[in-house]
Design a protein around this ligand. Structure first.
Ligand code: TMP
Length: 212
């Protein structure tokens, strides 16, 4: 993998299957001898996990959009400095489950805070570090919602604050992702997320061919 393709992010609406795909890609890269570091936003560090609990706690319905936005970036700034940058400096491939494209789609577009505000905070929190490659796992909203509800019924209860948003919110997020992908054709690959995990993984792998 060339030096400049080591920070890879996974994006998608809730229930898109991106987390599964990131793990499968990590496994495949390790099998080829790559030193892979996997992380997640929000979360990824001990401090980030505490921030994640606040963000996704369904009892925090009164969390204001600006406070929410700053908490996502607080988690990211911590992860970047504590884990992501050191891993990249050590020559590892970093796979991150969500990054600033999530904030653009969810807070910038769906919540209406604006891309300009999100990008201004990105400059402070990420200090110029952006993904070399982003895999957007795209599914339609109904597929995503159905998978997400099945997953929540199976025990991730408590992490549902954003999942409780109406269908319209998730539709805006998906539309935003597709716009962001069109605006960044060099960095973002849109992957059809329909079908079994192995089928989607094969599509992810095809899109990795010039990066492995
Ligand atoms: P996850 O379920 O993929 O771990 O993501 C947690 C939730 O947080 C998901 O509903 C998307 C949301 N989110 C944002 O709204 N903004 C962000 O910047 C990030 C990283 C996630």
């Amino acid at each position: 993998m060339p030096e400049d393709r080591r920070f890879i992010t996974f994006e998608g609406i809730d229930g898109s299957g991106k987390t599964t795909q990131m793990r499968l890609l990590g496994k495949r890269l390790r099998a080829r001898g790559r030193d892979v570091y996997e992380t997640v936003e929000p979360g990824g560090t001990a401090v980030g996990q505490q921030i994640r609990r606040i963000l996704l706690d369904s009892t925090n319905q009164d969390l204001r959009p600006t406070a929410e936005l700053l908490l996502y970036f607080a988690s990211r700034a911590q992860n970047l400095e504590q884990c992501i940058v050191p891993a990249l400096r050590a020559g590892r491939v970093v796979l991150c489950d969500r990054f600033t494209d999530s904030t653009l789609a969810y807070q910038g577009y769906a919540r209406g805070l604006g891309a300009g505000t999100v990008l201004a905070l990105d400059r402070i929190a990420c200090r110029g570090l952006s993904p070399d490659l982003t895999l957007l796992i795209d599914v339609d909203v109904d597929t995503g919602l159905a998978r997400m509800r099945a997953r929540n019924a199976n025990g991730t209860a408590g992490e549902t604050r954003l999942d409780d948003e109406p269908r319209e919110f998730h539709r805006k997020v998906r539309d935003a992702y597709l716009v962001i992908a069109r605006e960044n054709p060099g960095r973002i690959r849109v992957i059809d997320g329909r079908g079994a995990p192995e089928e989607v993984a094969a599509r992810v792998w095809e899109n990795m061919q010039d990066h492995v």
